[in-house]
Design a protein around this ligand. Structure first.
Ligand SMILES: CC(C)(COP(=O)(O)OP(=O)(O)OC[C@H]1O[C@@H](n2cnc3c(N)ncnc32)[C@H](O)[C@@H]1OP(=O)(O)O)[C@@H](O)C(=O)NCCC(=O)NCCS
Length: 242
């Protein structure tokens, strides 16, 4: 088959040239949009896909995902198709009213004793393509928001020594640490949090930042490495002022 493809692509023979012409012309074929029909079909498509996804979420995906959890609260919402990817021996506890993208990856360090644990509080969002690597313990408090493509790096996966790495040895103990996000933390898109870091209550970490050291509560932090930039006004204080 690949020999035939090659022969067609070379276009030396008139038949090969004709086949190539038909194959490329096919790519450019299109029909005009008929608003009354295609708009309706667009919405129908969306409704059918969403109804199917809801059915599989309610009757199949959520219960089988819950069966993998050590504890799960009420109203767990799996956002998207498929299931979050869980790798390794990680124990997972999830509180009430949590929304978890199905494109989240949760991994547990294989050689850890005791077993790595991930604890998620109530009313949390964990966005798409976020990875939570649990070295020892990752604690996510209540009302936490984690946007897409965040990385909680509780263990790095490889040692720094090139010979040990080439030999397939795991990371060393000093590279592993707990990560704690206190209540009300918001990690914007693409934030990385290193092992051993605690982020204080209500703190917001701006997009693309890398948090390598503890952050205090109630600040906006940004940068690589992330540093507090300004104090945030607590909601209670705003209400009082109003
Ligand atoms: C957190 C966020 C909303 C804060 O925005 P903000 O209130 O407009 O921030 P400020 O205007 O107070 O910025 C304060 C300082 O931080 C800097 N800053 C803001 N975001 C930054 C970032 N991602 N990285 C580095 N510095 C940043 C600003 O340049 C400014 O510096 P300056 O005072 O020297 O000018 C914003 O930074 C952010 O991350 N937005 C993306 C949100 C997101 O990912 N949403 C996805 C859905 S959850």
């Amino acid at each position: 088959m690949s020999g035939f493809r090659h022969w067609v692509k070379e276009r030396r023979h008139p038949v090969a040239k004709a086949i190539y012409g038909i194959a490329t012309a096919r790519r450019h074929l299109e029909v005009p949009v008929i608003p009354g029909i295609h708009k309706g079909l667009y919405h129908l498509h969306g409704s059918v896909v969403s109804a199917f996804r809801d059915c599989t979420r309610i009757f199949y995906r959520t219960p089988i995902f819950r069966s993998r959890l050590a504890r799960s609260g009420r109203q767990l919402y799996l956002d998207g198709a498929g299931l979050p990817l869980v790798l390794g021996p990680v124990e997972i506890e999830i509180g009430d009213d949590v929304r978890l993208s199905t494109q989240v990856t949760i991994s547990g360090r294989t050689r850890a004793t005791p077993r790595p644990t991930l604890s998620v509080g109530r009313n949390c969002d964990i966005g798409w393509q976020t990875t939570i690597a649990v070295g020892s313990r990752v604690v996510i408090g209540n009302d936490v928001r984690i946007a897409g493509r965040a990385f909680l790096a509780g263990y790095p996966g490889h040692p720094l020594d090139p010979l040990a790495r080439a030999a397939g040895e795991p990371e060393t103990e000093d590279q592993v640490g707990d990560i704690v996000l206190e209540n009300g933390v918001w990690l914007a898109t693409g934030v990385t949090v290193s092992a051993g870091v605690r982020i204080g209550a209500g703190t917001v970490v701006a997009a693309g930042s890398v948090v390598t050291r503890d952050l205090p509560p109630g600040v906006l932090a940004a940068g690589v490495p992330a540093r507090p930039i300004r104090l945030l006004v607590p909601l209670a204080a705003t209400n009082e002022a109003a």
